[in-house]
Design a protein. Structure first.
Length: 281
């Protein structure tokens, strides 16, 4: 696995992955339409790490561009996407074109090249079915109870009776996974000799690494000394009240486990943000 294409390579996951693959001496091409705020800075950061990186300014909706970028690649990591739930509800056509047609284009390009594809989905594919799982209310958090105590497994039903939009949301309780742990798993998957074609892995920090918004605010106060005041509002359309993945399949197949705890991850993110304040002004 030497020649690699990362769609959405200037995004959060894609640029972190590209950074690791560059350090592992792989030939990396990223394809991104730079629609995401900060994506140009991410691309410039990658260029500063390795001036040889191939950066393709293109859109996954354009098959010819995807096919050209995928030519000769051993593996494609597909991380490009329209990630906002709210946008998917306001403009479902654009969401469909980027996420469904874009993914089809990537798969079709991979088929022509016989490349391995690792694709990022989202817990939002389980939609509001997740809200039917019984939960236990603890003082600062909710947890799943009953059969789903350890989280949502890969066989959880996605044939929702409500909408299942795509993207990343602000959840009341969820598992958190530091980017380096996700990338460690991606590389294990791509290099695996095991027959995992077509397999789905629910990935996250798992039950051990869950965090509620209240707990997050408490940790931020501990790190920064700043008390965060908040008000409670109604659920937004498509919010999942609690979500965390049962990661036991990924753990047993790849011998993988998250190494960075939520506390360490939040501290690292806080320090990075403090050191890079200019990016947010
Ligand atoms: N970050 C998370 O916590 C998380 C959690 C669950 C799932 N995911 C999924 O992982 C994937 C990557 O997430 P991320 O956090 O890196 O998102 P991101 O928004 O940081 O990165 C996505 C990248 O795709 C690019 N992009 C968007 N539309 C495009 C298009 N039409 N053509 C080409 N490039 C396009 C954007 O410019 C951006 O650089 C997404 O599919 C997301 O739903 C992420």
């Amino acid at each position: 696995m030497d020649n690699i294409l990362i769609t959405g390579g200037a995004g959060f996951i894609g640029s972190n992955l590209a950074n690791v693959l560059i350090k592992n001496k792989k030939n990396v091409t990223i394809l991104d339409n730079f629609s995401r705020q900060g994506s140009r800075q991410n691309a410039a950061w990658l260029r500063s790490i390795n001036s040889d990186i191939n950066i393709v300014h293109a859109d996954v909706r354009n098959f010819s561009d995807v096919k050209n970028a995928a030519s000769g690649k051993d593996a494609i990591f597909h991380t490009a996407g329209q990630v906002a739930v709210t946008s998917s509800i306001m403009d479902p056509r654009e969401d469909f074109e980027i996420n469904a047609l874009g993914t089809f284009n990537v798969l079709e390009a991979a088929r022509k090249n016989d490349s391995t594809v690792i694709y990022c989905s989202t817990n939002k594919v389980y939609g509001s079915n997740v809200n039917d799982v019984s939960i236990e209310e603890l003082p600062k958090r909710y947890e799943f109870s009953g059969d789903h105590r350890n989280g949502i497994t890969e066989d959880f039903h996605i044939d929702a009776h409500h909408h299942t939009p795509y993207g990343v949301s602000k959840l009341v309780g969820e598992d958190v996974l530091f980017a380096s742990d996700l990338i460690d798993l991606f590389i294990k998957e791509a290099e695996s000799e095991k027959k995992i074609h077509g397999h789905v892995f629910n990935v996250g920090g798992g039950k051990k690494n869950t965090l509620s918004l209240i707990e997050l605010m408490e940790q931020l106060k501990k790190i920064s000394g700043i008390k965060i005041s908040y008000t409670k509002d109604d659920w937004r359309a498509a919010d999942q009240k609690v979500y965390y993945s049962d990661v036991s399949k990924a753990m047993s197949v790849f011998g993988w486990e998250p190494k960075v705890s939520p506390e360490e991850g939040i501290k690292a993110l806080f320090d990075w943000t403090s050191e890079n304040r200019s990016l947010f002004i």
